[in-house]
Design a protein around this ligand. Structure first.
Ligand SMILES: [Zn+2]
Ligand SMILES: [Zn+2]
Length: 339
């Protein structure tokens, strides 16, 4: 079965960090970080519904203006997430322009900014083009633990790591998908009906194996009505595709608390996008700059048990040496020796 998302870095590994998360079956996308996003065509920016910013250093937030320019007058709304002070930062960005005509545009744009505090509390404000992007109240933002956003098919979790300032590390989690094996259904002489929906729901919500499912359907032989248990039907006719978990981790120090936070947020992640800014020979410099070395990134990937790792946010000082950074991440990630 097809997976829900397609994950693409916005730029090459020396460019500004960013991850574009495209829905395979919808004209819709999520974006992680908002630095230089000029590599994304306007039609790709128009698909964005939610943008998750790690922190407001320029290489992660300077693309706000470009995004605004593309969507203004063409898109109805966009939700932005960030860390402490984020709502005020969005407000200040918007206050830097003159808005005497935007209220006449046919399409109103509402920017919905949500921030997570280090105490776990939320703050939210909306900014409408109809009212010159003045800050307005628009309901609470109440994160459920580290879950910042949740829908039927996926959720996004975020936790703070230390980058001298609090910086959000994100987990993007597809939920498990359940599909009826139609060939198997036919082979068993069963017909489709509302009971299939009931069975799928029971499996996805973890109902006990002995939960009865009343199977009713009609075919050329007439009306069928029988009852079987979830534990019996599930292995016979359902294919369960486990959801993937993907990490987006950038801008942090290599400290024990940071590594522990990531191990909790991203345990067993299938895919990890992680900054690998410096070579380990420059680890003192990396510590001064509050960034990871490639080796440290690889060790984090190994600690969380990542199935695959994609390094990015390379320092320009290594131009032409990307193979060394990649090799250092990979050898630390696949190294089976204890630290
Ligand atoms: Zn950065
Ligand atoms: Zn930074």
């Amino acid at each position: 079965m097809r997976t829900l998302f397609d994950f693409r870095p916005v730029n090459d590994a020396f460019g500004d960090p960013g991850l574009y998360v495209d829905f395979r079956d919808e004209r819709r996308a999520l974006l992680f970080d908002l630095g230089d996003i000029t590599a994304l065509a306007p039609r790709k920016l128009m698909r964005l519904t939610h943008v998750f910013v790690t922190h407001a250093h320029m290489d992660h937030f300077a693309g706000f203006d470009h995004l605004l320019r593309v969507v203004l007058g063409r898109k109805a709304g966009i939700v932005l997430f960030g860390g402490p002070g984020f709502v005020a930062q969005v407000e200040h960005k918007l206050a830097a322009y003159t808005w005497n005509v935007v209220h006449r545009y046919d399409m109103e744009l509402v920017i919905d900014a949500r921030e997570l505090g280090t105490d776990g509390g939320g703050e939210r404000a909306c900014f409408s083009s109809l009212r010159r992007f003045a800050r307005e109240r628009c309901g609470p933002f109440e994160p459920a633990g580290d879950v910042l956003h949740e829908e039927t098919m996926f959720r996004v979790r975020g936790r703070f790591v230390d980058h001298d300032i609090p910086c959000l590390a994100y987990a993007i989690e597809e939920k498990a998908q359940v599909k009826v094996n139609k060939d198997q259904l036919l082979a068993l002489g069963l017909g489709a009906g509302a009971w299939l929906h009931e069975l799928k729901h029971a499996v996805l919500t973890g109902a006990p194996e002995d939960t009865p499912i009343r199977m009713q359907w009609r075919d050329r032989l007439g009306i069928h009505d029988e009852t079987r248990r979830v534990g019996e039907l599930h292995p016979l006719i359902l294919d369960v595709v486990p959801g993937r978990s993907v990490g987006y981790v950038t801008d942090l120090r290599y400290t024990d608390p940071n590594v522990d936070t990531l191990a909790e947020l991203l345990a067993g992640a299938d895919l990890l996008f992680i900054e690998s800014v410096f070579l380990d020979e420059d680890s003192d410099h990396a510590a001064r700059k509050n960034h990871l070395t490639a080796r440290q990134a690889g060790r984090i990937a190994r600690r969380i048990g990542a199935g695959a790792v994609v390094p990015f946010h390379f320092s320009p000082r290594y131009a032409g040496r990307d193979a060394e950074l990649i090799a250092e991440v990979r050898s630390a990630w696949s190294d089976l020796r204890p630290d």
